[in-house]
Design a protein around this ligand. Structure first.
Ligand code: ZN
Length: 394
């Protein structure tokens, strides 16, 4: 006990002596500070004393803080008094919390006439730490200038410190078309490929040197079906997405469910055919009302969403009526096409090449022969083709 008391007394005396003969610096504020580039660093200061005298005005502050640049900096405080020196140090972390500033060149809403080529006026992105990063902005959203309507372009950017900014531009396609596409027929086949029907369709197309577009569904691991699609591409046809599944209750359950159904087939086609399918057709068309049973309002969202994700959708304006049942008489199919095609417009003909549509394959040669005689030109749908958009009903 005695030893402890003596120890304490001596220790206390030594501390008092040190305090009395050495200048002391006390920092105002925290020893480690975090400041944003935007707020900047403001020196909180320090106080100094010597033998209980205030010698704060003797403090020299050496600040190495550059608050225009992210980093860790030191501020050194030195006080010299009666040939005795003391120093203290503060650490300042300058961080960036500001997102880049995105500016839409040309404004938040722009418009094009149908048939005009879409050109994005671009954006600028200026960041306080990274400078001009305009070239790194990711833009997405397909603007279908072949079709009147309202489209969205979405721009995203992040600076090197993960501060993100995004902006949306509305693009309206309106007014008189720059040129009318006339007398063109786009033959489109949904729900294939089918070993039973698609090969017959391809034989006919090859014989008449006419291309078409196939909006396909999942084909499992069927090598025959993969071969059919490869042949179609080789023959100048195009492949579009109908959907991995055609089950309305699954695909129209929600927007994410639908998009997964599209992406899954897109990625499968990419893997099997090395083909980037970007045109698509909604099962039931964009005007379907069946989706309402599974998700109210989903079509209104989907027509926007598929375009934002870079897909172009097309419905049809000539119905062969082969979806109204199986084994629809060949003549009924031919007449329906003849009656509804119009040489003064472009014609997107709805047909099917699933197993049950054998009469469609049988009607096709007659349809092509008739159309050629009438002077129609045949084309496969691409991202630049005119598209048909039905009125959305859900
Ligand atoms: Zn279908």
């Amino acid at each position: 006990m005695t030893v402890l008391i003596i120890g304490c007394v001596l220790g206390g005396a030594a501390f008092a002596f040190y305090w009395y003969t050495t200048p002391q610096i006390v920092l105002e504020g925290d020893k480690t500070m975090e400041v944003t580039m935007k707020d900047g660093y403001r020196e909180p200061g320090a106080t100094a004393s010597f033998s209980f005298h205030d010698i704060s005005d003797h403090i020299q502050i050496d600040s190495r803080v550059n608050d225009d640049k992210v980093g860790t900096y030191k501020v050194i405080y030195t006080v010299e008094y009666l040939e005795k020196t003391a120093t203290a140090e503060r650490t300042v972390n300058v961080i960036d919390k500001e997102p880049p500033e995105l500016a839409l060149l040309g404004g938040e809403s722009i418009s094009f006439r149908p048939g005009e080529k879409f050109e994005d006026p671009g954006v600028t992105a200026i960041d306080d730490s990274d400078g001009d990063i305009s070239s790194k902005v990711a833009a997405k959203g397909f603007v279908d200038t072949t079709c009147k309507g309202s489209y969205e372009r979405v721009y995203d950017i992040s600076d090197s410190y993960g501060n993100a900014a995004s902006a949306v531009r509305t693009v309206t396609v309106e007014g008189e078309p720059v040129r009318k596409v006339k007398g063109v027929i786009y033959l489109t086949f949904d729900d294939g490929p089918s070993a039973k029907v698609t090969d017959k369709v391809l034989d006919t197309l090859e014989k008449h040197k006419v291309p078409a577009t196939f909006f396909v569904i999942d084909y499992g691991t069927d090598q025959e079906k993969i071969k059919l699609m490869k042949r179609a591409i080789k023959d100048g046809c195009t492949i579009g997405i109908h959907g991995y599944s055609h089950d309305y209750s699954k695909i129209y359950a929600s927007v994410p469910d639908f998009m997964e159904n599209v992406t899954k087939l897109h990625d499968k086609l990419k893997a099997d055919l090395d083909y980037d399918a970007r045109i698509m057709r909604f099962p039931g068309g964009s005007s379907n009302t069946v989706s309402e049973d599974y998700c109210k309002g989903i079509m209104t969202n989907l027509v926007k969403e598929v375009q934002i994700e870079g897909y172009k959708y097309s419905d049809w304006n000539v119905d062969s009526t082969d979806a109204s049942g199986n084994n629809i008489p060949v003549n009924k199919l031919i007449n329906s096409v003849k009656d509804n095609c119009d040489p003064e417009k472009f014609n997107v003909i709805l047909m099917h090449d699933s197993d049950a549509k054998e009469t469609t394959a049988k009607a096709l040669p007659k349809i092509i022969e008739w159309a050629k005689k009438e002077g129609y030109e045949f084309k496969a749908m691409t991202m630049d083709s005119p598209a048909v958009h039905h009125k959305v009903n859900n």
